[in-house]
Design a binder for this molecule. Structure first.
Ligand SMILES: [Fe+2]
Length: 462
């Protein structure tokens, strides 16, 4: 394990975040990330696959843990037909879900399916199991698409106007919480919603916000809903130019994070400043013994400023810890790990609670070369390198049935192998990142770089 200087630099913000930020931040290289080229998000393994594949003949290297019975699912953009490379935004491609079913040490099948039905472009960002069903989900005004067990689209979820790509699961109640924005229909507020274990709407709160910010994710703690109001907002100029994805960096939008009591409403939100940045994904959030709200989050210095085709051309994200004092409204920002990384995850049953281990994907120039395991308690990390010419994706942590520690479980992700021009599902031992993969399920096709997914155990779907 490599010991790094945890929290190497810090800054405290109260009333003038911009001034403090300018003297205290270190920043990742801007416009030098290798992504700022036309067509980058259509090139190499970002490019779409053209066909739906079903195979039940899968070669497996190593040994799949016998206790794993379910599907490893991942959603991502896969544009259909001809695409204008200059205008294409990575977030707008048609949804395609990839899945591998495991049972009793076997890999039963691989399937990829377009999420949409007919002319309807389906959600492309995440796929989850909830209320006994499988859901493809996205933000920005599209309802979830229900999928069948073999990933066939069942149909848009009736009665849902919109949802989020990142509902937060509450391990205590089994409910899911989401912040939903919908720029075409809601221009002055976002919605916070709670859906119960049957997916019924049990709470909805309108949160007025200036400037229609893009709010990709949220956090929960025991007492708070955490709202990321950051300076990427709806651009009327981009809209007028017909942009597929009309959100841009906005220097005039005050970056702040809201703490709304779970039983409160918009008038109860405590707003705390943060330095100018954009963040898609918190690793986790919780309340410390002093009542502060602690958020570990992947933070970009800039977003959609120079690069209007995807997220990686302006800066690459690092891992930060933000601590908010709800009484003083003061914020402390600390750098946890300056290495570029994204798609952070943690133990699913520790979401919203104090935790020790988090996992993230290394981001390099056009590459995703490794997965990091962070020990947030000791400030150490360990790395699993995918190997030369091999690039990964978001790694999901799956606890073992009889786990003896928080990190006693498996990490699963898809890896693209340049030499085979095809992908594989790999299963790692999260306890020991120095071990070779426990299993590699070789797929006959590529799984393009995409977004988010889930391990959906069979006993959680009807
Ligand atoms: Fe996301």
């Amino acid at each position: 394990m490599k010991r790094r200087s945890l929290l190497a630099a810090s800054v405290t913000l109260s009333m003038a975040p911009g001034l403090l930020a300018s003297c205290a931040r270190s920043s990742t290289p801007v416009e030098q990330t290798g992504y700022l080229k036309n067509g980058m998000y259509l090139s190499d393994n970002f490019g779409p696959v053209k066909v739906e594949t079903t195979t039940t003949q899968l070669e497996v290297l190593g040994k799949i843990p016998e206790e794993l019975a379910g599907r490893f699912l991942r959603n991502g953009p896969n544009p259909v037909g001809e695409v204008n490379a200059d205008a294409y935004h990575w977030f707008t491609g048609n949804g395609m879900v990839h899945g591998v079913r495991l049972d009793g040490g076997r890999a039963d099948w691989y399937r990829n399916r377009f999420v949409g039905t007919g002319e309807v472009s389906g959600p492309n960002t995440h796929v989850i199991g909830h209320a006994g069903r499988t859901w493809a989900i996205v933000e920005s005004g599209t309802p979830p698409m229900e999928l069948g067990y073999e990933l066939e689209p069942v149909g848009p979820r009736a009665g849902w106007d919109r949802f989020s790509a990142h509902p937060k699961y509450d391990p205590v109640t089994g409910e899911i919480h989401a912040i939903c924005y919908d720029w075409a229909n809601l221009r002055d507020h976002v919605e916070y919603v709670v859906r119960d274990t049957e997916a019924n709407l049990v709470k909805s709160v309108d949160i007025p916000l200036p400037g229609m910010p893009m709010i990709h994710d949220m956090s929960l703690t025991n007492n708070y809903v955490v709202i990321y109001d950051l300076p990427v907002t709806l651009s009327f100029q981009a809209l007028a130019l017909g942009a597929d994805f009309p959100f841009r960096w906005d220097d005039d939008h005050e970056p702040r994070v809201g703490l709304m009591p779970r039983d409160g409403s918009a008038k109860d939100i405590v707003w705390c400043p943060v330095s100018p940045n954009y963040a898609y994904h918190p690793m986790n959030a919780y309340e410390d013994n002093d009542g502060n709200v602690v958020v570990d989050i992947c933070r970009y210095e800039r977003m959609f400023n120079a690069d209007t085709n995807g997220p990686f051309g302006d800066s690459l994200p690092r891992l930060d810890r933000w601590t908010f004092n709800p009484s003083t409204h003061r914020t402390t920002e600390e750098i946890v790990d300056e290495r570029p990384q994204e798609f952070p995850r943690c133990h699913p049953e520790l979401n919203s609670m104090p935790y020790r281990y988090g996992y993230s994907l290394a981001v390099g120039e056009r590459k995703f070369p490794a997965v990091y395991k962070h020990d947030m308690q000791t400030g150490t990390s360990s790395t699993f390198n995918f190997g030369a010419g091999r690039h990964g994706a978001e790694a999901i942590f799956i606890p073992k049935e009889n786990a003896e520690s928080e990190d006693d479980g498996f990490l699963m992700t898809y890896v693209f192998d340049e030499s085979r021009k095809a992908s594989e599902l790999i299963i790692l031992d999260a306890l020991d990142m120095t071990r070779p993969a426990l299993a590699q399920v070789l797929l006959p096709v590529r799984v393009p770089y995409g977004f988010h997914g889930s391990w959906v155990p069979d006993d959680e779907v009807s």
